[in-house]
Design a protein around this ligand. Structure first.
Ligand code: AMP
Ligand code: MG
Length: 534
């Protein structure tokens, strides 16, 4: 407990969004349309027994916060039971396209922002409680969140951060002592589940949908005020808002979105619900719901049962969908610029940034430094198909290749046998599977190309290991942490949290957390399939 860390119940909050944008001041949380406003002031609804389940030490240290006791004033703040004097809690109003269709007003139906804290470096960070009770935007739902989904959001946002993926963060996971009823599979079997609240942290949680609702309702003053607020506070380097600056800002949002999606594609992350209300205006991964991690490399894979028929948000669709979402944002902000056509270069920047970033990331994953010839392009294009053909575990393929390929540069004896053994060890198909032969041939082509690199095998190995994580939040690992936590055992969660902090480090004592998906998890709900019921 150093002199300059605070317990969160003693911290001073700022309220920039509430102070700068138009909001509804009444604390009425009954669901309704809220035309004309950017947010509604709300009061979190207290829970019976707020108790701390997990705490992110690193993030807390950065925010200047000290670890709370299991129960007490800080845990009460993190559950919404205690609203301190400097907080002006609010729920934001936003709309969005859900699965391609305009859904009208959505808004923070269960997320309540307490305000912003200044981190130790002076930057402002919004603290938002997810599951803290009803707001005007709760529609027909209850404003609550269950432990399983809260734990998934908590773990994954931190895991993504440590992987180097732009993301919102999570400060704490708090149990509420209340039960929440959910029909997990939408099959008419509602069950009581333990409730929980995550304190999420980001510079701002403003989404594409915040702009869309104003454009859809013709609220031009609100639209401009929101854009100006976001630019002044989060994109100050672009200068004072003007027609010209709106264009540069849109281009920058596009660029950041491309970088975010390239990261997802590089680590095998599937967001699962890329509705426009789940797209951050800062290019951060936001709203962890039915997300998942590729186990077999399968562009068509999504864990989201709601999306099984169209697979709109499957792994391989993500680059296209983000662009579609940016087009919706462009439409929303078009009234701010002289000619909407001027937004096109911003959209084009998405495409070029995505292609360049994905290419650079793939080169690093493969230990290559240049990508010049048509042969190189063909090599990488073919890789996607042979990984599918080989039914390869994406994470283990790249990680173990980082060890094997440099080794084979030093000593190519029994190369083919070694390649086959490597494939069989990291594939979900049985030995002898036809796809394995195709993959051996591709790997031989790749090794030939790798031999042209001038770096030493050791240097190649080091750079590949730094680009290919050993530990990702495999779907079955999150499920194991949930099942243990539901019985009161937090050891699985805590261990995962520690290991995922250094996902590129070998940590051999934790090899079991890098293992391929076990058979039992191939079709188990929560591992292979997830619904939006959370
Ligand atoms: P999502 O699919 O999680 O991004 O949520 C879409 C919309 O539904 C957002 O406006 C959420 O705030 C709202 N929502 C989801 N779950 C709940 C809930 N349990 N209570 C109130 N609103 C919810
Ligand atoms: Mg959402």
């Amino acid at each position: 407990m150093s002199a300059n860390t605070f317990s969160i119940d003693q911290a001073t909050f700022e309220n920039s969004l509430v102070e700068e944008l138009r909001g509804e001041a009444t604390l009425d949380n009954r669901p309704r349309q809220v035309p004309g406003f950017a947010y509604s002031r709300v009061q979190p609804t207290p829970v019976p027994d707020p108790h701390l389940l997990a705490w992110s030490d690193d993030l807390a240290r950065y925010l200047g916060l000290e670890k709370p006791a299991e129960r007490g004033p800080a845990a009460e703040v993190l559950a919404g039971n205690r609203v301190t004097e400097s907080m002006k809690p609010f729920a934001a109003r936003y709309g969005g396209h859900q699965f391609g269709s305009w859904a009208g007003q959505l808004g923070d139906g269960r997320a309540i922002s307490l305000g912003e804290l200044r981190a130790t470096d002076g930057s402002p960070w919004e603290i938002q409680l997810k599951g803290a009770g009803m707001t005007p935007y709760s529609r027909r739902a209850d404003g609550r969140a269950v432990l399983r989904s809260s734990l998934r959001e908590y773990l994954c946002s931190e895991a993504m951060h440590y992987l180097g993926v732009p993301t919102t963060r999570a400060l704490s996971l708090v149990g509420t002592g209340a039960k929440v009823v959910r029909d997990m599979f939408y099959n008419g079997n509602p069950q009581e589940e333990p409730g929980a609240i995550v304190a999420r942290v980001a510079p701002t949680f403003v989404r594409f949908g915040n702009f869309q609702i104003f454009a859809a309702n013709g609220e031009m003053d609100n639209l401009r005020e929101l854009a100006d607020y976001v630019i002044r506070r989060y994109y100050p380097e672009l200068g004072e808002p003007s027609a010209e600056v709106y264009l540069r800002w849109f281009a920058e949002v596009s660029r950041r979105t491309a970088v975010m999606v390239a990261h997802w594609m590089s680590v095998g992350f599937v967001h699962g619900v890329m509705n426009t209300d789940n797209m951050s205006i800062l290019g951060l991964t936001i709203d962890y719901g039915p997300y998942g991690w590729l186990e077999p490399y399968e562009p068509d894979w999504t864990p989201n049962t709601t999306d099984f028929s169209y697979r709109r948000y499957a792994f391989g669709q993500q680059p296209q969908v983000a662009l579609w979402n940016l087009v919706q944002l462009a439409r929303a902000i078009a009234p701010l610029v002289a000619d909407p056509e001027q937004l096109r270069p911003g959209l084009d920047l998405y495409g070029t940034t995505l292609a360049e970033t994905m290419q650079a990331m793939m080169l690093r994953k493969l230990g290559l430094t240049t990508y010049e010839t048509a042969d190189d392009q063909q090599l990488i294009e073919d890789m996607h198909q042979v990984l599918v053909d080989g039914v390869m575990d994406m994470t283990l393929f790249f990680r173990n290749l980082s060890h094997l390929a440099p080794q084979l540069l030093l000593d190519a004896a029994n190369e083919e046998a070694q390649l086959l053994a490597f494939i069989e060890a990291n594939s979900y198909a049985q030995p002898g599977y036809a796809g394995h032969t195709v993959l051996v041939q591709w790997l031989q082509r790749y090794l030939q190309r790798l031999r042209q690199e001038s770096a030493t095998p050791e240097a190649i190995r080091e750079s590949m290991l730094a680009a290919n994580p050993k530990y990702v939040l495999r779907n079955y690992l999150a499920q194991k942490a949930i099942e243990a936590a539901e019985t009161g055992d937090l050891s699985v969660l805590n261990r995962l949290m520690e290991v995922l902090k250094t996902p590129y480090a070998e940590q051999p004592e934790h090899d079991d957390l890098a293992a391929m998906r076990p058979d039992w998890a191939a079709s188990k709900p929560g591992c292979a399939t997830l619904s939006c019921s959370s």
